[in-house]
Write a protein that binds this ligand. Structure first.
Ligand code: ATP
Length: 514
């Protein structure tokens, strides 16, 4: 199965099993907007819990807030979003499709890297054991030629972005002979800037109405509350403020399912530090956040850092954590050192002093900020694409199983009476009544046990508990494990402990803290 086929299957699976539906589907959907279904919302809530607790519970010096989506319009002038939250866009005149010029060029560069990798893989086959990839990359004329071309384009790209040189970007697209994936032609318009913020009116009448924006990031709600939290919480630097909430961007190139949406959710933590210590904290948070991802057990090689070519107007260091999605390595999280830009600008635009009195230094100053910013939806896609698995079983049957880490699984346990009579449903209900205070539990009595197991595998339920006639006599049940399909006879009284240990976030948190 190609990665593209896998991705299509994943999208279909998300819909068929109640994870994600297109928004307002009966009206043919709304572009790049999605709804989470009955299983999706549980997974999403568990992701948010994993993040929130790893920030707020595990760190004495991080607290949370929940700011409003609407903010005073001046916020976005101060933050730079009104002037500079733009994407460079280009249209193909034949297909009438619109693209981000920077993304087209980045994709072209990624293709050159793939070409180089293919050359290396071919050479490895030829040379066998003795193959030295580093040496081959440094000496093969073919590899050097591709790399030189790529590096030259990369240098031009960085310069054009830095200077906001739209013509320069177009020239790169023409020189690299980049074609529209739909029409296959190079018939491009000029590159233009497009602001990504959605606006609306506040107030009951059009006259006197104020244009306000739907926030394009949650971070500003944290910055404008810096003093409120610092003072009421008597917080001392370094300290962090965490927040989970919706953000909105009028993305032009909305592709790849929930990877790029117009309404999405962010989990952001702004960490305020003494000026001069920001690089140390930036490195620290890079490591902590990478450990958070890796603790899920999908394989360390599925993640990499990608340092930014162009730093945003507010940053002095920035990196992304990228995950190997079915469509390649792409950003899930950004870790940015934002200097004193945001607090400084809010101080300037509001005319209010936004400073911290440092008792150690005996002076007041605007703190520096290191932020970690991750999309809930991209995290969701990461988990689904890593967890989705089609397996051939020994008896020749196939099963689709979602190997979602047990602590994140939408349903923790499904309880099933072997037959719908003889008091088995009643005992199953009793077991559920005991477990449901702590875990999401499902009851299923329809179809054969085999079919019921398949249904639970497909939504990632880590445990199935089967109640049979022996259960009535012995107080034992069969517990079946999703990943190994192994079955064990256990006492009903032990279920709570077995499940509790397996679905705990504890081992993950210990890995992050190690
Ligand atoms: P990209 O380069 O992919 O547009 P970005 O660098 O603009 O992303 P940030 O502004 O750093 O993204 O936002 C932080 C995080 O928010 C991203 O790492 C991503 O997980 C998430 N995010 C941003 N835009 C979207 C979107 N349109 N849909 C879903 N998630 C998003």
């Amino acid at each position: 199965m190609t990665q593209e086929e896998l991705f299509k299957k994943l999208i279909a699976h998300c819909k068929e099993y109640g994870f994600i539906f297109p928004s307002s589907e009966i009206y043919d959907g709304l572009g790049a907007v999605y709804d989470y279904g009955q299983n999706g919302v549980e997974l999403k809530n568990n992701i948010k819990r994993y993040w929130w607790d790893s920030m707020v519970k595990l760190h004495e010096n991080i607290v949370g807030i929940d700011a409003a989506i609407f903010m005073h319009p001046k916020t976005w002038e101060a933050s730079g979003h009104v002037a500079a939250f733009n994407d460079p866009l280009i249209d193909n005149k034949d297909s009438k499709k619109r693209y981000r010029a920077d993304v087209l060029i980045e994709e072209w560069m990624a293709k050159q890297d793939e070409k180089i990798q293919k050359e290396c893989d071919k050479a490895r086959k030829r040379f066998g054991e003795a193959f030295d990839e580093a040496q081959y990359r440094a000496t093969s004329p073919r590899v050097l030629e591709i790399a030189a071309k790529r590096d030259a384009v990369h240098a031009r790209f960085v310069e054009a972005l830095d200077k906001n040189d739209l013509e320069g970007l177009k020239q790169i697209i023409l020189d690299c002979e980049i074609v529209c994936p739909i029409s296959g032609t190079r018939n491009w318009t000029d590159v233009r800037q497009f602001n990504l913020m959605f606006s609306t009116q506040m107030g009951s009448t059009a006259e006197g109405a104020n244009t306000i924006y739907l926030r394009p990031e949650t971070a500003q709600g944290i910055f404008v509350n810096f003093l409120n939290v610092q003072k009421t919480g008597r917080m001392k630097l370094p300290f962090g403020i965490a927040q989970i909430g919706k953000a909105f961007r009028n993305e032009i190139v909305a592709r790849q399912f929930i990877f790029r949406m117009r309404e999405f959710e962010q989990m952001e933590m702004q960490f305020f530090v003494q000026p001069g210590t920001e690089m140390q904290w930036w490195n620290e948070w890079k490591n902590t956040r990478m450990a958070w991802h890796r603790a899920l057990g999908f394989g360390d090689n599925m993640y990499r850092f990608h340092d930014h070519d162009k730093l945003a107007h507010y940053a002095n260091a920035a990196t992304d954590i990228e995950f190997n999605f079915p469509f390649g390595f792409k950003e899930v999280e950004g870790i940015h050192s934002r200097t004193d830009f945001d607090l400084g600008r809010h101080q300037e635009y509001s005319g209010k002093k936004i400073q911290y009195f440092d008792p150690e230094r005996g002076e007041s100053y605007v703190p520096y900020v290191v932020e970690t910013s991750i999309g809930v939806d991209r995290m969701f896609l990461q988990i689904m694409s890593a967890a989705y698995c089609e397996e051939k079983l020994e008896n020749g049957e196939e099963r689709v199983v979602l190997r979602i880490p047990a602590c994140l699984a939408p349903t923790k346990v499904a309880v099933m009476p072997l037959v719908k009579k003889d008091g088995l449903p009643e005992l199953a209900r009793q077991i559920i009544d005991d477990l449901k205070f702590d875990y999401t539990v499902a009851y299923d009595e329809k179809d054969s046990i085999g079919k019921r197991y398949r249904r639970q595998d497909a939504v990632g339920t880590p445990f199935c508990v089967t109640v049979d006639h022996d259960s009535l006599e012995t107080g034992t049940v069969t517990i079946r494990f999703r990943d190994t399909m192994e079955q064990q006879r256990v006492a009903i009284a032990d279920l709570e402990k077995i499940i509790g240990e397996a679905v705990s976030f504890r081992p993950l948190y210990k890995k992050i803290k190690a």
